[in-house]
Design a protein around this ligand. Structure first.
Ligand code: NAD
Length: 534
């Protein structure tokens, strides 16, 4: 492996890593800075990490494209891999392979398909720690957060298994007229494109992949070009250990061009997209033009409302996790903290005090509570919003811009940042920032808070209230236009056996991700039979 100008053998890297694990200072003393960097970014090395390949028809193939993007470790700012932007012909051959696989896979009895998923769960669990480490190295989030992602990934496989039998069952009614019976049967539709965002590189594809496969469909997954490693590594594991029939799960890398090729391909029946609203809107329109089904889960600007009767210690902990977990890069992240005036000062002071204490660090460091942003560009974008907030008159009460992590000076870190005195017309109160920035907005009462959520932004992904008053909670649940509602819960992440909500500019389509996607991947036939000739 090449770090800067220095080439280091994997033996040396593993040697240093083992020394680090056992905390052997004598062995570690010999390692120079470049070797330490290697140690930080490498623990699971596969050939895939050199330059990512495409998985087409059961084979890993080098893309013929000459366009690549570097894949970075955001904690160290070092190169991990390169991701190709696959060519249209490569996307086409992935679809053709998935279609061939579909013709056979749909004939495999459901109980046998379910067995594949049982083994998929086992493989993901057995390699859970490796997957979590790769997730952390490529995305930057803490290892605890990555372990949570892996757990939720596995839960989606479990939910697909448990759903398969009941949700594939049709309906039958005898004697709808004399001698006539009527029934519905469900059938898998075919090949689906699964387009993924950077922030949950493993979990989001699994909101759809296990459901599609168990129902008899096949998939071409397009991971995020920023964080392609976790899903590529998972596909490699499944390929190797599960021996999935070729074409069931293909992987193509790239961005706009490859996504558009997949949607336009006549053999692709539909697309699932999770990502930002502008791109989501484009995907939704394009899918419509080609007559394809789509699930589009898009951007967010989530508000958390603190009422004067809220239980403060648990509210603050929930807010810290919502605003700063995953470095604020969750579609369920808190963005605006709406406080009713009587509690404003106390909420601001307690949130600021607790947030100041958050320990930033390289995600593989078990004691780190918050990792870096995913890329230098993401960091720059958030910094621009912070400047804008100051320019528009908001008061900065916690400034994360000076945060540094010793030993990771080249990482894309940004500490928790809190603005007070934010008004609803400010850019930071409206736009999705997607970073560790909280904007405190004061209101007089619950009605004003609900109005602000419904009219202040166009998004409707998630919203939470913190209160001990059941009536207020009920009003909130009924009137707020958001797909995921939290009552004394800050990060409203639905379990795999519930749909993942979303409304307004945060969602386009009918079926949602997770269990809801069952209807999306299947179609119904209505059969009317008459065997009585009288
Ligand atoms: P993004 O929109 O930049 O990219 C998402 C995917 O679309 C990537 O695979 C990318 O390669 C592809 N893409 C980019 N430009 C394209 C184009 N012009 N045409 C077709 N495809 C294109 O999103 P991101 O930055 O990777 O992810 C962050 C966003 O995802 C945030 O807005 C976040 O709120 C959202 N998100 C939403 C949910 C949800 O469930 N609502 C969940 C996770 C993330």
């Amino acid at each position: 492996m090449r770090i800067g100008a220095k080439v280091i053998s994997y033996d040396v890297i593993y040697h240093i890593r083992d020394a680090a694990k056992s905390n052997d200072q004598q062995l570690l003393a010999g390692a120079d800075e470049a070797e330490c960097l290697c140690m930080a970014i490498l623990s699971e090395v596969t050939y895939q990490h050199e330059t990512l390949q495409l998985l087409i028809d059961g084979q890993w193939v080098r893309s013929r494209s000459d366009k690549y993007l570097p894949v970075m470790n955001p904690a160290t700012g070092t190169l991990m891999s390169r991701v190709p932007f696959a060519l249209k012909e490569e996307a086409d051959s992935a679809v053709a392979s998935s279609h061939r696989a579909f013709e056979k896979w749909r004939e495999v009895p459901l109980p046998e398909r379910v067995q594949y998923l049982f083994r998929m769960k086992q493989v993901l669990e057995e390699h859970g720690e490796e997957l979590a480490r790769i997730n952390t190295q490529n995305h930057g989030k803490t290892i605890a957060e990555s372990r949570g992602d892996v757990r939720r990934t596995v839960e989606n496989v479990e939910a697909a298994i448990s759903a398969a039998y009941t949700l594939m069952k049709g309906e039958h009614l005898d004697q709808v007229a004399k001698g006539i019976d009527e029934e519905t049967i469900k059938e898998p539709l075919g090949v689906f494109a699964i387009v993924c965002p950077f922030n949950f590189p493993l979990m989001v594809p699994f909101w759809f992949v296990p459901f599609a496969l168990v129902l008899g469909c096949t998939v071409v997954v397009k991971p995020s070009e920023v964080t392609p490693l976790p899903m590529t590594f998972a596909a490699e594991l499944l390929q190797r250990e599960l021996k999935l029939p070729p074409g069931l799960l293909n992987i193509v890398h790239g961005s706009k061009e490859v996504v558009e090729s997949l949607i336009a391909h006549p053999l692709v029946k539909g697309v699932t997209f999770v990502g930002s609203t502008p791109v989501g809107r484009h995907v939704y329109k394009l899918a419509g033009e080609y007559g394809k089904r789509s699930i589009v889960q898009a951007g967010a600007k989530n508000s958390l409302v603190v009422m004067p009767d809220a239980h403060m210690p648990s509210t603050i902990e929930s807010c810290v996790s919502a605003f700063f977990g995953n470095a604020g890069q969750r579609c369920l992240a808190g963005a605006n903290l709406i406080v009713v005036e009587a509690i404003h000062k106390e909420a601001r002071e307690k949130l600021t005090k607790r947030s100041e204490a958050i320990r930033l660090g390289c995600g593989l460091d078990e004691s780190a509570e918050m990792g870096p942003l995913v890329s230098e560009n993401a960091r720059k974008r958030v910094l621009q919003y912070i400047d804008k907030g100051q320019f528009e008159g908001a008061k900065i009460v916690l400034d994360g811009r000076k945060a540094r992590v010793s030993g990771c000076e080249r990482g894309y870190f940004l500490g928790p940042t809190i603005f007070d005195d934010v008004s609803v017309d400010m850019t930071i109160a409206k736009d999705e920032i997607f970073g560790p920035v909280a904007s405190i907005i004061e209101v007089s009462n619950l009605d004003e808070a609900i109005d602000l959520i419904n009219k202040g932004t166009d998004y409707g992904n998630a919203s939470s209230i913190f209160t001990q008053n059941g009536r207020d909670a009920r009003e909130f649940r009924r009137r707020v236009q958001a797909g995921n509602i939290g009552i004394n819960v800050g990060v409203v992440a639905p379990m795999a056996f519930f749909p993942f909500g979303g409304m307004r500019e945060s969602f386009f389509g009918v079926s949602h991700g997770q269990i809801d996607s069952v209807d999306f991947f299947t179609d119904r036939k209505i059969v009317i039979s008459k065997w009585d000739h009288d």
